[in-house]
Design a protein around this ligand. Sequence first.
Ligand SMILES: CC(C)(COP(=O)(O)OP(=O)(O)OC[C@H]1O[C@@H](n2cnc3c(N)ncnc32)[C@H](O)[C@@H]1OP(=O)(O)O)[C@@H](O)C(=O)NCCC(=O)NCCS
Length: 167
Amino acid sequence: MTGINLKRAAIVDVQAGENVTIVEPANVYGCALGDGVFVGPFVEIQRGVRVGARTRIQSHSFVCELVEIGEDCVIAHGVMFINDPFATGGPAKGRRELWKSTRIGSRVSIGSNATIMPVSVCDDVVIGAGAVVTKDIDVPGFYVGNPARLLRRLDADPSKREKHGRQ
Ligand SMILES: CC(C)(COP(=O)(O)OP(=O)(O)OC[C@H]1O[C@@H](n2cnc3c(N)ncnc32)[C@H](O)[C@@H]1OP(=O)(O)O)[C@@H](O)C(=O)NCCC(=O)NCCS
């Protein structure tokens, strides 16, 4: 295999709490995973990422550097986080000062195939499948679309969150 610089996906230098599950193949390095975190297959989690207790990161998701995720979150399949917004007309090409960070609160569920630009998301948020989140989210609720917009607020009382009037 001359000419090919082969690197293997690996689980390296992970600070893991109790009862953490990682399904291989996954490329997970230099990050901190809280108690009970689940990481599905074909996930990459990069250096410096912190994932709170009991959060589940489902298959094919990409969690880049400068991302912090709270507790009891669900990051569904194929969710893409972004730290390099190409704001100067292209990739930062190693100029880390151009990267931006993302903070996801606790009890946040992010639907499959969503893209999360560098933003801050408060606790108790649902982001719909395929959404592109381009702005900070400060109000608990459901957000859908590209760019993501508030669909409806999330009731502060969990017992009132069931939708009514549906078959
Ligand atoms: C966002 C979500 C939670 C909303 O669910 P809901 O409250 O039952 O919403 P509804 O189906 O009643 O739809 C309400 C409106 O939002 C729209 N909508 C719902 N989900 C949407 C989405 N992901 N993107 C864009 N629009 C969406 C609907 O088209 C509907 O629009 P309308 O009022 O103009 O007809 C859900 O649709 C979703 O995307 N869940 C993600 C699930 C997921 O990815 N799971 C991963 C594990 S399998």
